[in-house]
Design a protein around this ligand. Structure first.
Ligand SMILES: Nc1ncnc2c1ncn2[C@@H]1O[C@H](COP(=O)(O)OP(=O)(O)OP(=O)(O)O)[C@@H](O)[C@H]1O
Ligand SMILES: [Mg+2]
Length: 480
C-alpha cells in the first residue's frame, strides 16, 4: 500500500532562491524529510504563493533581484501574518540577517550550510509555527467562549441587550445585571468584560450566596496575618486580584446591611482595607453586580441598602427570561446539542417536532433548564434523531397562551388549565405552537401577509384559515 510509505505531511515550506541549483537541492532535501515543499525563483512569484495562505514556513535567499529577501519578508508578512521565516544568507552578510530578524524572521542560516543544520532550524521554526497557531486558536476560542459570540440568540430582546451591553462596555460605569436564575447573567458579565478596554486584565467572579459573610468579607477585601483565628498569613482580597479588570459580584442581594455598607464605602473611595489592617490600598476595578431578585422590592422592604443600590445601578442590564424570547429556543437548543455532540461518540440531531415541543414550554429554569434538557436527551435518547418524547417537560411549566403584543392583534385570553388538570392535550400543544409561530412572524413582517405565509412555508389561504381558526385578527392594513 502506498499509504503506509507516504510520509505524513509535517509542514508546508516555500523555498525561494534565484539560483536554480541551490533551490532544487534545498527543496529535495526537505521533501526527503517529509515536508510539503513548493519553490519560487523570484520574490514576486513567492508572494503569489504566500497569498494563497498555504505556507507555514518561508525559506528565502536574501540577495535576489529585483525583489530582495528583506522586501519579500516584509510583504509576505502582510499577506500571511502568521508566517515563520528563515533567511538564507551568504557568509559575511550577517547584518541583513539581523535586520531580517528585526522584521520578524525567526532565524537565519549561513550559506553554505550543512544538511543537519538546516534540518534542525526548519524543525524548530515549524514547531514555533504550530505553537503560534495554538495560541491564536486559544485566543479565538477564548473570545468565542466569553465574548458576545458566546451569547446565542438573536431575538429582538437579546439584540437590544447586546447593543446596550456593547455601548456600556466601553465605559467604566458600574453595571447591575438583573434576571431570573439561569438566564445568562454571568455570561453577560463576561461579555461585558471581554468587550471592555480591561479585557486583557482579570475577570474575577465572586458569589455572595455561596459562602458565609465573614468568609466573603475576607475573600473580597483580604486580611492581615492574625486578623482572626486561622488567618495564618496576610492575604490579598479579590478586589486586589481584580485590579485593572472587572469584579463580578454575583447575588449581591444575598448580603447583610453591614456587609453592604462596607461594600458601599469601598466603591465610593476606590480603596480597600484588608480585614485587620488600617492602611487603605487604591484599586482600579470595574464592578458588575448581579441579582435574580426584584432589587427595587428588596430596597423598598429594607433588605437592601438604597444608597448601595443607587451606587450599583448606574446602568441596568436586564436579561429577559427565556419564555419571553421563545424564538431563541431553536438556536440555543442547536448550540447545546452541537456542544454535546463534540464530546460524544454518537452525534444527535434535533427533529423539527422536538423543537416545536420545546417551544410550548415556559422554562421556569430558563436557559440553564434548556441546556440540561438537551444534554439529558442527547445522553439518553434511543435514536440519533431527538424526538419530543426525549424532552420530558414539567407539566406545570407548560405555556399558557402568550399575551401577544402589537400589530393590532387582540390579546389572547388566558385559558387556565386548572390545578387538577394533567396539562394540555396534544392538539392544544400543537395549536399553541402554531399560534406562537404565526404571531411571531406577524411581528416580524407586520402587514405583509404574503411574506408571513412564505416564511411559515404555507400558502396565503392556509395562513388566513389558520388565523381565523386561532382567532387571530390580521393587523390593520394587512395585504395579501
Ligand atoms: N444566551 C446564551 N447562549 C448560550 N448559553 C447560554 C446563554 N444564556 C445562558 N447560557 C448558559 O446557561 C447556563 C446558565 O447561565 P448563567 O450561569 O450565566 O446564568 P445566571 O443568570 O448567572 O444564573 P444564576 O442566577 O442561576 O446564577 C450557563 O451554562 C450558560 O452558559
Ligand atoms: Mg449566575
Amino acid at each position: 500500500m502506498t499509504d503506509a510509505t507516504t510520509p505524513i505531511p509535517r509542514g508546508r515550506i516555500l523555498v525561494v532562491d534565484d539560483q536554480r541549483n541551490m533551490r532544487a537541492t534545498t527543496a529535495l532535501l526537505l521533501r526527503g524529510e517529509g515536508y510539503t515543499v513548493s519553490e519560487a525563483a523570484t520574490g514576486e512569484e513567492a508572494l503569489g504563493v504566500l497569498a494563497q495562505g498555504r505556507v507555514d514556513l518561508l525559506l528565502t535567499d536574501l540577495k535576489m533581484e529585483p525583489m530582495d529577501g528583506l522586501t519579500l519578508l516584509k510583504r509576505g508578512l502582510e499577506v500571511a501574518p502568521r508566517l515563520q521565516a528563515i533567511m538564507m544568507t551568504a557568509f559575511g552578510s550577517i547584518e541583513s540577517a539581523v535586520e531580517a530578524m528585526r522584521l520578524g524572521a525567526y532565524d537565519y542560516v549561513t550559506k553554505p550550510f550543512k544538511e543537519g543544520e538546516l534540518r534542525y532550524r526548519v524543525e524548530r521554526a515549524l514547531e514555533r509555527a504550530k505553537l503560534q497557531a495554538a495560541v491564536d486558536n486559544f485566543a479565538t476560542e477564548f473570545n468565542q467562549r466569553h465574548g458576545l459570540s458566546a451569547l446565542v440568540g438573536r431575538s429582538q430582546a437579546m439584540r437590544e441587550l447586546t447593543t446596550r451591553l456593547l455601548r456600556v462596555a466601553q465605559s467604566d460605569a458600574t453595571v447591575l445585571i438583573q434576571g431570573e436564575s439561569g438566564t445568562g447573567k454571568e455570561l453577560v458579565a463576561r461579555a461585558l468584560h471581554a468587550h471592555s478596554r480591561r479585557s486583557g486584565q482579570p475577570f474575577v467572579p465572586v458569589n455572595c450566596a455561596a459562602i458565609s459573610e465573614t468568609l466573603l468579607e475576607s475573600e473580597l477585601f483580604g486580611h492581615a496575618k492574625g486578623a482572626f483565628t486561622g488567618a495564618v498569613k496576610t492575604r490579598r482580597g479579590l478586589f486586589e486580584e481584580a485590579d485593572g479588570g472587572t469584579l463580578f459580584i454575583d447575588e449581591v442581594t444575598e448580603t447583610s446591611p453591614t456587609f453592604q455598607s462596607k461594600l458601599l464605602r469601598t466603591l465610593q473611595d476606590g480603596e480597600v482595607r484588608r480585614v485587620g489592617e488600617s492602611t487603605a490600598l487604591r484599586v482600579d476595578v470595574r464592578i458588575a453586580a448581579a441579582t435574580n431578585r426584584d432589587i427595587e422590592l428588596e430596597v423598598k422592604e429594607k433588605r437592601f441598602r438604597q444608597d448601595l443600590y443607587y451606587r450599583l445601578n448606574v446602568v441596568m442590564l436586564r436579561v429577559p427570561p427565556l419564555r419571553e424570547r421563545l424564538e431563541d429556543v431553536p438556536a440555543l437548543a442547536e448550540h447545546f446539542l452541537q456542544r454535546s455532540n463534540a464530546r460524544s461518540p454518537r452525534p444527535r440531531r434535533l427533529s423539527a417536532t422536538a423543537v416545536e415541543h420545546l417551544m410550548t414550554y415556559d422554562f421556569p429554569g430558563n436557559v440553564r433548564e434548556l441546556e440540561n434538557l438537551v444534554e439529558q436527551a442527547a445522553a439518553l435518547a434511543e435514536a440519533d434523531e431527538l424526538l419530543p418524547e426525549d424532552f420530558p417537560l414539567r407539566p406545570q411549566g407548560r405555556v399558557l397562551p402568550a399575551a401577544s403584543s402589537g400589530q393590532g392583534l387582540p390579546p389572547t385570553e388566558a385559558r387556565a388549565t386548572g390545578p387538577e388538570s394533567s396539562g394540555p392535550t396534544l392538539a392544544e400543544v400543537v395549536e399553541e405552537a402554531e399560534r406562537r409561530a404565526i404571531v411571531q412572524a406577524l411581528e416580524r413582517h407586520g402587514v405583509d401577509l404574503a411574506r408571513v405565509a412564505d416564511e411559515l412555508g404555507v400558502s396565503s389561504t392556509t395562513l388566513w384559515r389558520k388565523m381565523k381558526r386561532l382567532n387571530l385578527r390580521p393587523p390593520a392594513g394587512a395585504r395579501e
